[in-house]
Write a protein that binds this ligand. Structure first.
Ligand code: FAD
Length: 488
């Protein structure tokens, strides 16, 4: 009986998927013969020596731009690999399969600089259908995209008529626009949220704006915002609007072969300028020079430079003593950057088992505490095997996440052969994931101080930009700082 019910559900799911061509469909990016742009290092009229801390996307991109401008750069990286939170897992997987353990995707529009580097390095981008026909578990029941846009289903869930009209034609991830769109056009400069008449909103929780605009209790549950600054949230959405990006873009992309192809390309061009296993242990922020001390194999050395660029996330940077001490205000801004942290699971299966179960995709969101979502990846690899990626909490084994999958997966014929995990909460030098929203009353104390230089120390990386979209923020802040130092 239970199985029959499941089959009925799965059949409906398949039909629903087939009838929703516009929702979540990835647009295709034309694949052309890729050419690598010739690479040239310019001569600077005023060459400087710069030490960059951290060989993640932020550090590699900053160093690459400074090198191109004719400066002498050295990147010090504590771990034995470059890439930081961009990390493609190959080890332990069969048939040339891979899984992105960190950065998942990029969008278009959005990520303008990232796309520029893709062209420059001749990398190949693939549409990532991870949000196509996403099945969502809500209150213990699975909903297809068709169901989530059905007025009678929406009514039954408790949305008001305005919300129902909106959600019938817009993705769920765009519900907030219904209540905030009219606020956004006042933000003119995307790096300046203050002075446009909204300063007081920093003290107001975002949920109050939704309430004022008439959101139903059901919508409030979905939209959240009880603790985040309304000014921060409005500014965040205004940045997306300016860049022409949806709040939850359905069309997303990844690099063929794994997202680590981009940090690899930066690192290749930087060559011996990237020093792995060189952990920064202290910084002297002098008037005319900066001294950066590092440890390698228990040996301590110091490099004297004109500038230090910090591309180490603030929680790890805080462990590095700086003298004279960073100003109390700047330190407060750095200390206020809060992160989430979680785990990526990589399941390898011997077939697209969900097809046998009558599903056309394995894109699912769950409510299980040990596994929050799954989707297919690396499907361009020529093998019958497949990779299913998942996200869940740190501190649990991949086998436990697999057991959770088997508990909640609505089919029954999975062919998963092995489960691996990348637990970011346990990474020695990179235990954070993505920057969180700023709480109420904090934005005015943090911004723009967070991204401003302090003496000879500049700040770049995913934490040091206006929007917290990781690799987009890393490339933007890297270019900002490279320009600042070049022009200094
Ligand atoms: C699971 C997950 C999913 C994500 N999904 C996306 C996504 O879809 N799209 C997106 O754009 N972004 C995504 N991100 C975020 C993105 O990957 C990161 O924001 C970005 O890669 C951070 O780059 P970074 O250079 O600022 O910092 P990091 O990558 O953290 O690099 C900092 C480096 O500093 C090193 N370091 C630390 N301490 C020291 C020291 N004392 N001395 C020297 N080096 C040190 C670290 O080892 C690390 O290599 C995701 C991240 C994770 C973890």
């Amino acid at each position: 009986m239970k199985d029959n019910k499941r089959r009925g559900f799965i059949k409906n799911t398949l039909l629903a998927g087939a009838s929703m061509p516009l929702l979540g469909m990835s647009q295709s990016i034309e694949q052309k013969e890729k050419k690598v742009t010739p690479f040239k290092i310019n001569t600077s009229a005023n060459p400087k020596k710069i030490v960059v801390g951290g060989a993640g996307m932020g550090g590699l991109c900053t160093a690459y731009e400074l090198m191109r401008l004719g400066h002498d750069v050295t990147v010090l990286e504590a771990s034995g690999r470059h890439g930081g939170h961009v990390f493609t897992v190959h080890d332990g997987l069969s048939d040339g399969l891979y899984g992105d353990g960190g950065q998942e995707h990029i969008t278009k529009p959005g990520y303008e600089l990232y796309w520029k580097y893709i062209d420059e390095f001749g990398l190949t981008v693939l549409p990532y259908e991870r949000r196509k026909n996403l099945l969502r578990s809500i209150g213990g029941k699975f909903y297809t995209q068709e169901m989530l846009h059905d007025p009678s289903v929406l009514k039954g869930m408790g949305f008001n008529q305005r919300e129902i009209d909106h959600l019938t034609v817009h993705p769920w991830g765009e519900l907030k626009w219904l209540y905030i769109d009219s606020y956004l056009d006042k933000f003119e400069d995307e790096y300046q949220p203050f002075g446009i008449g909204y300063d007081d909103f920093d003290e107001v929780p975002m949920v109050e704006i939704y309430k004022k605009e008439g959101a139903s209790p059901r919508a409030l549950e979905l939209l959240g915002g009880k603790n985040s600054s309304a000014l921060f949230e409005l500014w965040y959405s205004a940045i997306l609007k300016k860049r022409g990006v949806a709040n939850f873009p359905l069309d997303v992309y990844h690099l063929k072969g794994g997202n680590q192809m981009l940090p690899d390309a930066f690192a290749k061009r930087l060559g011996p300028r990237v020093w792995l296993n060189h952990r920064i242990t202290s910084i002297e922020n002098g008037k005319n020079k900066v001294n950066v001390t590092y440890v390698r194999n228990n040996e301590t050395n110091t490099i004297e430079a004109d500038y230090y660029v910090n591309c180490i996330p603030p929680p790890a940077f805080k462990k590095i003593p700086v003298s004279p001490a960073i100003s109390a205000e700047k330190q407060y801004a750095l200390d206020s950057v809060a992160y989430d942290s979680y785990q990526r699971f990589v399941f390898q299966a011997s077939s697209e088992f969900w097809l046998e179960d009558g599903l056309d995709h394995i894109n699912m969101n769950f409510e299980h505490p040990d596994l929050w979502s799954v989707w297919q990846s690396a499907d361009e690899v020529d093998t019958h095997r497949v990779i299913v990626l998942g996200t869940g909490p740190g501190g649990i084994s991949p086998q436990r996440a697999l057991a959770a999958f088997r508990e909640v997966y609505p089919g029954k014929k999975d062919t998963i052969e092995q489960a691996l995990g990348r637990d970011w909460t346990k990474q020695k030098y990179a235990p954070t994931c993505e920057r969180l929203a700023f709480p109420m009353g904090e934005l005015k104390k943090i911004w723009p101080l967070l991204i401003e230089p302090e003496g000879r120390i500049h700040f770049a990386g995913a934490y040091a930009d206006n929007l917290n979209w990781g690799t987009e923020a890393a490339t933007r802040s890297a270019n900002r700082v490279a320009k600042e130092i070049d022009e200094a």
